[in-house]
Design a binder for this molecule. Structure first.
Ligand code: NAD
Length: 359
């Protein structure tokens, strides 16, 4: 029976890369019934909402979705569709494998890291108070009364909630992933020396959970600033990283950079009931419609989706086809060429054709 999957093409370069991924996934021979839904800027024009309820209903029904990147205007307009999707569907685990494929230019010989980012809490939860509003002033006064802390009157405030329950489930997710995928170590990344309550709680829970995996998976922790330096200097020492939301967001891009850049970094957002697969990169508006950008991140997100659907053979074949095309270095987009102006670089759809030809 065909798998039912919701497809959200996205905007900017989203449509091009998601079409490339859809073609590659179909070419594996796995039967998929695609249900296409629109979110983002196009949905505002059509439905008056960036995230129409029917998109969420479709994902709730099909339980699996793949999505192209969607523009989020900085500091104005609508709240990020990506954050709304993660929150509405409680997609609490963000999984981002960062692997260096042969043929990708990188300063390193070997990168094989997996970032597991908590997706629902932290400064990313979107609990914010605008500067100058009466509620903000009231909150500032209340905090002063509660514990004597002074916050400047003209401040804006973002709240950083970290709970035991959300920390426990993300750390468990990281350890279970490590066991299932035969990884040796989980590193908890935090700033518990300064944020003793929030990050301190995350670390305490991580230590507790790690005891359930003694003898199976190693555990250690690192302070986030030190972790950034260590990843740049000796990434081979690390394996699976588990982090609260904001550090996870930042270190995902760092790790993607180590493994050759955003064009090849896939991702998954996973909850108890449903899962949403998407590239780490954004909608790169300046490249929209040019058939220029690298479809690999989106295609590898499709590989993660096939594994999630237990289509392991198809997933391995597709990953192998991608890695062969990259290793050969011929039918690849500009970003994978030694010279970004190489006239031999192919477009998004031609790179997908080359991958399909290898299947
Ligand atoms: P971006 O990832 O869109 O692009 C940054 C740069 O990375 C591009 O200019 C390009 O040089 C390179 N790049 C990105 N994807 C590439 C690809 N597939 N192939 C080759 N090169 C690629 O980041 P940005 O410019 O900061 O964000 C643009 C918009 O995307 C913003 O509105 C942002 O909020 C949104 N965004 C969405 C998502 C998502 O939907 N999950 C994620 C990140 C950013």
């Amino acid at each position: 029976m065909a798998h039912k999957v919701t497809l959200i093409p996205g905007d900017g370069i989203g449509k091009e890369v998601s079409l490339a991924a859809k073609r590659c996934i179909d070419a594996t021979g796995v039967a998929i019934e695609w249900e296409e839904k629109i979110a983002g800027e196009e949905a505002i024009a059509k439905f008056g909402s960036v995230l129409p309820e029917e998109v969420l209903d479709s994902i709730r029904k099909n339980k699996v979705a793949i999505k192209g990147p969607i523009i989020t205007p900085v500091g104005k307009g609508f709240r990020s569709v990506n954050v709304q999707l993660r929150m509405s569907l409680d997609l609490y685990a963000c999984l981002r494998p960062c692997k260096l494929y042969k043929g990708v230019r990188s300063r390193y010989n070997q990168i094989d890291l997996v970032v597991v980012r908590e997706n629902t809490e932290d400064l990313y939860a979107g609990i914010e108070f605008k500067e100058g509003l009466s509620q903000t002033k009231e909150l500032i006064g209340y905090i002063k009364k509660l514990n004597g802390s002074s916050i400047k009157e003209d401040s804006a405030i973002s709240i950083k909630p970290i709970s035991i329950s959300a920390s426990r489930r993300i750390v468990k997710f990281a350890f279970d992933y490590a066991v299932k995928n035969k990884r040796r170590k989980v590193t908890c990344v935090h700033k518990a020396n300064i944020m003793k309550e929030t990050d301190g709680l995350f670390l305490k829970v991580a230590r507790e959970v790690s005891e359930e995996y003694t003898g199976k998976v190693e555990f250690e922790d690192r302070i986030v600033d030190n972790m950034c330096m260590q990843l740049v200097q000796k990434p081979e020492l690390y394996d699976v990283l588990v982090l609260p939301n904001l550090y996870g967001d930042i270190l995902s891009d760092l790790c993607a950079g180590l493994a050759g850049g955003l064009g090849i970094a896939p991702g998954a957002n996973i909850g108890e009931d449903s899962a949403l697969f998407e590239a780490i990169h954004g909608s790169a508006p300046k490249y929209a419609g040019l058939n220029k950008v690298n479809p690999t991140a989106m295609i590898l997100s499709g590989v993660l989706m096939l594994r999630h659907l237990n289509e392991n053979d198809a997933a391995s074949r597709l990953e192998k086809a991608v890695s062969e095309v990259i290793r050969e270095g011929k039918d690849v987009t500009y970003d994978l060429k030694p010279d970004r102006n190489d006239p031999g670089a192919v477009g998004t759809s031609q790179m997908a054709d080359a991958i399909i030809a290898k299947l």
